[in-house]
Ligand binder design. Structure first.
Ligand code: A2P
Length: 287
């Protein structure tokens, strides 16, 4: 299947490839570098990492070792919850850049709305204004937390990266983000782990009808909802397959059949869980 990966416009005039490769839980150099190598060869130009994942240095190495130029790849990283405060955030950002071996970052996100995020946002705004970060945004922010950023900040986040899959569709948040001109980016787009939508009978019926995989049906559903998707895989065939989602379409009835699967079931923490947010500030995933 030949197809091009579309770019979506961000609210600051920049653009983001709608499909990227996620590297959450890819915890060794070989898997990180291989999955990125396969992705770049298949035409991906967007990689999503985080300080917490502990693999930034391998992400940078994989890009440098490829034939693709640094400036042609959109790389996202994220500020972990244990880092708050203006100076601390700037220092953590520099550490991320150093690990990646880059002199700028395409997008930097506050990973979770753990307390103190407004000070971190101020530092990110200044790094954005200085050109060190091309785009700034947040992850796992609910409506109230986003309102806080919008009311107190001077730069609008370009995205909110939130858990989204057929069993947690986030319709209300999607409509809210759309009303603010903020793109909805989906993490765990395939539903991950125990909550796996990949085995859902409705998804598999659609997969058979289109002669594609269950994963391709789910990713196609996301992109038709104007979301950015960052599926992770450490298998070459899956990395390639997940990219081939732009040469077929789901019609209204098919989109509705998937919409009906929404069950409000999370695989990750809830951004409303203040106890978890506070606890997450006591550890760091850095290696
Ligand atoms: P693996 O890395 O072993 O391929 P999510 O991004 O929603 O959390 O889902 C990621 C999970 O889905 C990973 O465990 C990944 O496993 C698996 N996965 C990724 N792409 C596919 C695919 N095309 N078919 C089946 N499983 C996939």
């Amino acid at each position: 299947m030949h197809n091009d990966i579309p770019e979506l416009p961000l609210n600051n005039g920049n653009r983001i490839p709608q499909l990227g490769l996620g590297v959450f839980q890819v915890d060794n150099a070989e898997d990180t570098k291989n999955s990125i190598k396969w992705a770049l060869a298949a035409g991906y130009r967007h990689i999503d990492t985080a300080a917490y994942y502990g693999n930034e240095q391998w992400v940078g190495e994989a890009i440098r070792e490829s034939d693709v130029k640094r400036e042609d790849v959109f790389v996202t990283s994220k500020l972990w919850n244990s880092v708050r405060g203006y100076d601390e955030t700037k220092a953590a950002f520099q550490e991320t850049l150093d690990k990646l071996g880059f002199d700028y970052l395409d997008m930097y996100l506050i990973h979770w709305p753990a307390p103190g995020y407004l000070d971190s946002w101020r530092a990110m705004e200044d790094l954005y204004k200085a050109g060190k970060i091309k785009n700034i945004g947040v992850s796992n922010f609910n409506q109230k937390q986003m309102e806080d950023i919008l009311a107190n900040g001077t730069v609008k986040p370009v995205v909110d990266q939130i858990e989204t899959h057929p069993y947690l569709q986030q319709d209300e948040m999607h409509a809210y983000l759309e009303s603010k001109g903020i793109l909805h980016e989906a993490w765990s787009p395939l539903g991950g782990g125990s909550n796996n939508a990949l085995t859902d009978p409705v998804i598999n019926e659609l997969a058979a009808a289109h002669d594609v995989s269950a994963a391709q049906i789910i990713l196609r559903w996301h992109v038709q909802r104007e979301e950015i998707v960052i599926p992770k895989s450490i298998h070459e065939e899956r990395v390639q397959q997940n990219r081939d989602i732009f040469a077929f379409g789901l019609d209204e009835d098919e989109m509705k059949a998937i919409a009906d699967l929404d069950a409000g079931k999370r695989v990750g923490p809830n951004p409303d869980d203040e106890e978890w947010l506070k606890k997450s500030q006591t550890y760091s995933g850095r290696k």
